[in-house]
Design a protein around this ligand. Structure first.
Ligand SMILES: [Mg+2]
Length: 173
């Protein structure tokens, strides 16, 4: 029996994804999770490599929008430094706020992709909003307390899906 894919692609890290390749696949908008996808949760100022990454996405003609369950205090200054738009308190895994955002900004989810490190929050949002999803490994092993419980479920689930070949093709460079 062929089991359905649970993610469109998977990558070791957002930093290993080639933005040109995403553009070639037809994507125009990239929704990027913040904590443990782009940066460690307690890294409040973007690192040099993050600036470089966002520049590469922009150079490839992709718009990057940060999407995070974290607060405005965490997300807004970080995104503003990177010159990206952002959605804070996104209420992932629920898709209501995301769907409202894409409607208000006339963004086509068919040419959008979400990149995130969590099977329990990012992935259900993608599924509910019918947007492609790239699962990454968490950047570091440390999580904010709010995420620690999810991670206990995420880890074995990820291993199971990987074993079953259900995480989609690798998209890392
Ligand atoms: Mg995350």
């Amino acid at each position: 029996m062929i089991k359905k894919l649970v993610t469109t692609y998977h990558a070791s890290s957002i930093y290993d994804i080639d933005p040109q390749q995403l553009r070639k696949l037809g994507y125009k908008t990239v929704f990027a999770d913040l904590d443990n996808t782009l940066a460690q949760y307690n890294v409040l100022i973007p690192e040099k490599r993050t600036f470089q990454l966002i520049d590469c996405f922009h150079d490839a003609g992709l718009e990057v929008i940060l999407i995070s369950n974290n607060t405005a205090r965490r997300v807004k200054p970080y995104a503003e430094k990177l010159h990206t738009k952002y959605i804070y308190s996104a209420h992932k895994p629920w898709a209501r706020r995301f769907i409202r955002y894409v409607k208000n900004h006339s963004i086509d989810v068919r040419t959008s992709v979400l990149i995130g490190d969590q099977l329990l929050t990012d992935r259900p949002l993608a599924k509910r909003a019918k947007i492609d999803f790239i699962l990454t490994e968490p950047l570091v092993k440390i999580d904010q307390w709010t995420t620690r419980f999810n991670r206990m479920i995420d880890r074995p689930l990820r291993a199971k899906y990987l074993k079953q070949g259900r995480l989609g093709p690798t998209i890392s460079k």
